[in-house]
Design a protein around this ligand. Sequence first.
Ligand code: ADP
Length: 485
Amino acid sequence: STLQLSNPDLLKQSCLIKDGWHAASDEATLEVNNPFNGELIGTVPSLTTKDVNDAVAYSHEVQTAWAAKTAQERADLLQKWADLIDANKEDLAIIMTAEQGKPLTESRGEVGYANSFIRWFAEEGKRVYGDVIPANKSQLRHVILKQPVGVCAAITPWNFPAAMITRKAAPALAAGCTMIIKPATETPFSALALGVLAEQAGIPAGVIQVVTGKASTIGDILTGDARIHKLSFTGSTEVGRTLMAQCAPTIKKLSLELGGNAPFIVFDDADLEAAADGLIASKYRNAGQTCVCANRIYVQDSIKDQFLDVFVKKVAELNVGNGMDDGVDIGPLINQKALEKVQALLKDALDKGATLIAGGSTNNASELTYNPTVITDISHDMDIASEEIFGPIATIFTFKDEAEVIRQANDTIYGLAAYFYSGDYARSWRVTEGLEYGIIGHNTGLISTEVAPFGGVKQSGFGREGSKYGIEEYVVTKYWCSDIS
Ligand code: ADP
């Protein structure tokens, strides 16, 4: 590989399964390319059905011993893992930018963010308290135990190649579960590098395994095997539906973090400068490829021109290019399919009467880089109004009053994140209560942190990640009824 890493061993081209690092038993591999320049970064195993079944068996075997450790013992191992991630932060960021495309500053930020979940849940694992319930008969005792759910699986997307893994793996491990991780086909190297460091930290073989290969082959096993008790998935609503159906026969416990269609509302009583900054952060981070990116921007009639002025000036300052270069704000889209989707959504909007204010084309830095784009005069019959854009296009709607905008904001199958800017206290309560979303950003465009619960409602899924709620997804409640007469 051409990557300049201080620790080249972090770029692993084999899978962490069973007792260590293995190729596919039939030696099959998949290529991983840099989305900015198409260069081959390396190959990863395309595991066979038997390889993945063996991994499940291994997880199942070591589950009991892992669960039998004290929470402090597990915390010590997790903290060692986090220390190693910190020590290798720059290499992890380079690997991430190479396979994902996001600017290095964002990759460094993500590695820190990913690690915050490991440190948080290392601590939180010590606070998985049970309960004693006052008895309803004098000879009875009612005791509630919280126990690990068992072997878990995670299927994760390419937009946050490290953080989407740690916010599942850390609570699972802290709670006493083992976990098999299937990273996105586009970004396996970040996951494998985390595996290298987990092994180095002394996390026992089989407690974390990383499997790569054909998504549907691996997905069939991780959803179908009865020895796996829980699946946590982050990705599209479409794939989430399929996986949920596949989990039905074995009644798996599920967490689904699916697509979003985030409204971003700017009221006439907002600080417009702050709202424009928040919108830049929420819209263009990761080239618009996050499930909490502003997807529909609603600006109150009376301040539309004023707001657009401020916003468009900030958009003009964004630099598009190679994420490895200093000063780049927007890297490439992940692949050709993503680019085509962005182009098709823009064309449909312009054909139906939208007005192009900025951008609207690919950037000549490379085939997959796209200029930050702003369009206005959006109507709800345009595809861009209902579909998750996953690209750097800001779509500006206007609205007259609060009740109307809440109704429009809720008019979607999704319910992940919503944002609004307002300086009015009573309105802020009304809007927060009225928006059917799992996460509300008020006067901020950045809402993700390990201390707070992340997750959606409606067809954005269920389950929460991060915070004290995040570990509940990996424990089950056991009720002990004891007659001591
Ligand atoms: P995105 O649009 O972000 O790529 P996807 O839902 O397609 O989201 O992918 C998220 C994750 O789901 C990736 O790891 C991908 O490889 C995996 N995946 C896609 N299709 C399937 C499937 N049929 N079974 C299991 N995993 C799948």
